[in-house]
Design a binder for this molecule. Structure first.
Ligand code: NAD
Ligand code: FE2
Length: 389
């Protein structure tokens, strides 16, 4: 049986934040990060709540790549204040932290009561990056800092009930965040499209998301003040989220999770750097794997306007596009260029391979990668060896 999760109630465009007037009664908890407090983002939300005379608490301790410890502090906050609504405001980290808090809250209660009697707070996600698409997905990623491992969680209970896209929030994004988060969007779209679990519904969102990101990301990188461009990338981000929550991702994300946690590389930056390599490997263009799904990459490349006849040629065109985008956005093309020392990588390599193979995203990759191939791929990514040339 196949199953499609369409979307939370999605509010976007001018005055989208007024959607907060539709919340169910009862206390509210806002989960956010310190930047959103100082930048005035939280105030934009509380102003709407104040007008409605709603009572709320603010948990603003979320850090980038939220740790298990932060999630557990958030859980204590929730148990203390018992909100009927949780509003997550921030990038993927704040939204994922709120999701993980709700996930563990429900699991904890399920330990001693029937799940059907558990009251899960109404959940609103307001992304301030574009982004992870977390506002529409059933995924969250938490980090185990002791072992430097990112743990992806997946459960429908984490799908928000309402998502609000208000492009005023993304005005403050600096160029490097536009680049990293925008390339995360493109990676979601590409991986969702070639995933083993891709279907007509996820394809529709993946194609549109890739096209919008491809057309508008370079311009947004230079003109964050342009509201139309900000709205476009917001749309692309949410569409890419709708694609991959229904199809899964692939090794690009599993590798990014592991390298990101081990070497402290921002999620989108790691994904962007890896994208040409994962396409080359999965399209059968690498020296160590000659078969793969070039026809799927070719279909996406053709949708983007690269009308080549041959599937492998079209896959190469897609690689060239991602390489040029990375160059334009100032994203390094290898682990070495990101400042990782080779002996440090070699020392961690066996552990990294194990973690990547057991990451849930690896299961939906279109090609089953072997440990030997993965080792070679990681070393080539380190050196920046263009596998496809
Ligand atoms: N749940 C999912 O489906 C999913 C998908 C992809 C990634 N992720 C996870 O999401 C996290 C990354 O999220 P992200 O890329 O959105 O970044 P983030 O939430 O980690 O934020 C990065 C930095 O940007 C700041 N920031 C946020 N909004 C801003 C704004 N409007 N202006 C200026 N600064 C702003 C934050 O304060 C933070 O310092 C990672 O932990 C990643 O693993 C989750
Ligand atoms: Fe991602």
């Amino acid at each position: 049986m196949n199953r499609i999760y369409a979307s939370p109630k999605l509010l976007f465009g001018e005055n989208a934040l007024q959607g907060l007037e539709e919340l169910p009664p009862g206390p509210i908890c806002i989960v956010t990060d310190p930047f959103l407090v100082t930048s005035g983002g939280v105030k934009a939300v509380t102003q709407v709540l104040d007008r409605q005379q709603r009572s709320y608490t603010i948990f603003s301790e979320i850090e980038p790549d939220p740790s298990i410890q932060i999630v557990s502090r958030g859980l204590q906050h929730i148990f203390r204040h018992k909100p009927d609504t949780v509003i997550a405001l921030g990038g993927g980290s704040a939204i994922d932290a709120a999701k993980a808090i709700l996930y563990f809250c429900v699991r904890f209660k399920a330990g001693f009561m029937d799940r059907k009697y558990i009251h899960k707070p109404y959940f609103v996600a307001i992304p301030t990056t574009s982004g992870t698409g977390s506002e529409v997905t059933s995924y969250a990623v938490v980090t185990d800092r002791e072992n430097n491992v990112k743990i992806p969680l997946s459960d429908q209970v984490m799908i928000p009930d309402m998502a609000i896209l208000d492009a005023d929030f993304t005005k403050t994004l600096p160029p490097d965040l536009v680049a990293n988060t925008g390339m995360d969007v493109l990676t979601h779209a590409v991986e969702a499209f070639v995933s083993r679990q891709a279907n007509d519904f996820s394809d529709m969102y993946a194609k549109s998301a890739a096209q919008i990101a491809f057309n508008h990301l370079p311009a947004l990188y230079r003109q964050i003040e342009n509201q139309t461009l900000r709205e476009k990338m917001y749309t692309a981000s949410t569409m890419a989220g709708l694609a991959f929550t229904n199809s899964g991702l692939g090794i690009n994300h599993s590798i990014a999770h592991t390298l990101g946690a081990q070497f402290h590389i921002p999620h989108g930056r790691a994904n962007a750097m890896l994208l040409p390599y994962s396409i080359a490997y999965n399209a059968g263009l690498s020296p160590y794997r000659k078969e793969g799904v070039p026809h799927r990459y070719a279909e996406l490349a053709r949708h983007l306007g690269f009308d080549y006849l041959d599937d492998k040629m079209a896959s190469r065109a897609l690689i060239a596009v991602t390489e040029s985008l990375n160059q334009l956005l100032g994203i390094p093309s290898s682990l070495k260029a990101l400042g990782v020392e080779r002996p440090v990588l070699e020392e961690k390599l066996d552990g990294c391979i194990q973690t990547i193979l057991s990451d849930m995203c690896t299961a939906s990759n279109p090609v089953e990668i072997t440990p030997v191939e993965l080792r070679q791929l990681l070393l080539d990514v380190y050196e920046g060896k263009a596998l496809w040339k």
